[in-house]
Design a binder for this molecule. Structure first.
Ligand SMILES: NC(=O)c1ccc[n+]([C@@H]2O[C@H](COP(=O)([O-])OP(=O)(O)OC[C@H]3O[C@@H](n4cnc5c(N)ncnc54)[C@H](O)[C@@H]3O)[C@@H](O)[C@H]2O)c1
Length: 254
């Protein structure tokens, strides 16, 4: 793998949702550049994680467990330089049809879970006057999407949470940024990997294709590194141009 990002050597990075999809790709790029990466997830679906990565079981909605994990990492490594919050779940449904338990679960994992992970590392980063928090939001946090109310709401919340945390922590040298991916082929989007829904998505991505997890992982690694030292409070769409333009078929306007 040629994924060179300078400035990650010997950094200690916590990645939630780190055993699958975008979290795993972020972990992979950081570890390939010399970071020690803790991949925290409900379970480990990988036979083996990339070299430099270790698995730790975690439910990000559980504050006590998240706090204990951060303390354990600090006891063993002495520092936490970066956090990527990638743990996430989705649920379908509109305002009338969505299941209220699913609404609660999506908000608990995507929004509250991201906040709790940041909470577990914030005091340490403030004290060291350095640190980078990267939260994985979504184009669905920037734009509405039919029958996806809980997910869109959670990701919109993640973007505002990111900006508010950037405002709180900037004075301490701690940076907070978000990545908003378009359609990326991962287990979460397996239902969109063929069929008419995929074709429709492809048309909306200006590059005419879905993304690869590493295309998000590289941006996460950039945000974790000192290469992005003057970037905070930013939402970076990694969406093949999805959020840049409304694509209208010529036939539709004739
Ligand atoms: N794949 C896409 O197209 C896409 C687009 C935009 C945003 N995202 C976001 O990117 C993030 C990663 O998604 P992905 O596509 O890699 O999906 P994924 O399903 O491959 O990975 C998500 C991981 O989160 C873990 N997870 C779920 N609930 C958890 C919990 N309570 N505690 C700890 N871990 C938990 C899962 O076990 C899984 O390993 C999510 O936040 C998702 O909303 C994905």
């Amino acid at each position: 793998m040629n994924e060179r990002i300078d400035g990650l050597k010997d950094k200690v990075i916590l990645v939630t949702g780190g055993t699958s999809g975008l979290g795993l790709a972020s972990a992979q790029v950081a570890a390939a550049n010399g970071a020690k990466v803790i991949c925290a997830d409900l379970s480990n679906s990988q036979k083996s994680l990339p070299e430099g990565c270790e698995f730790q079981a975690l439910d990000v909605a559980d504050w006590k467990a998240t706090e204990a994990l951060a303390k354990d990492i600090l006891a063993r490594y002495g520092q936490i330089d970066g956090l990527v919050t990638s743990a996430g779940v989705s649920a379908l449904g509109d305002v009338e049809s969505l299941d209220l338990q699913e609404w609660d679960q999506v908000l608990r994992v995507n929004l509250t879970g991201s906040m709790l992970s940041a909470r577990a590392v914030a005091a340490h980063m403030k004290q060291r006057k350095t640190g980078s928090i990267v939260t994985i939001a979504s184009i669905n946090g920037m734009l509405g999407n039919p029958a996806n109310l809980a997910y869109c709401s959670s990701k919109g919340g993640v973007l505002q949470m990111m900006r508010s945390m950037a405002a709180d922590l900037g004075q301490y040298g701690v940076r907070v940024n978000a990545i908003s991916p378009g359609l990326i082929d991962t287990p979460m989007t397996s239902m969109l990997q063929s069929g008419p829904a995929r074709l429709s998505f492809m048309k909306q991505h200006l590059l005419g294709r879905a993304g690869n997890p590493l295309e998000v992982g590289r941006v996460a690694a950039f945000l974790l590194s000192e290469l992005s030292s003057f970037v905070t409070g930013a939402n970076i769409p990694v969406d093949g141009g999805f959020s840049a333009a409304k694509v209208i078929e010529v036939a539709e306007v004739q």
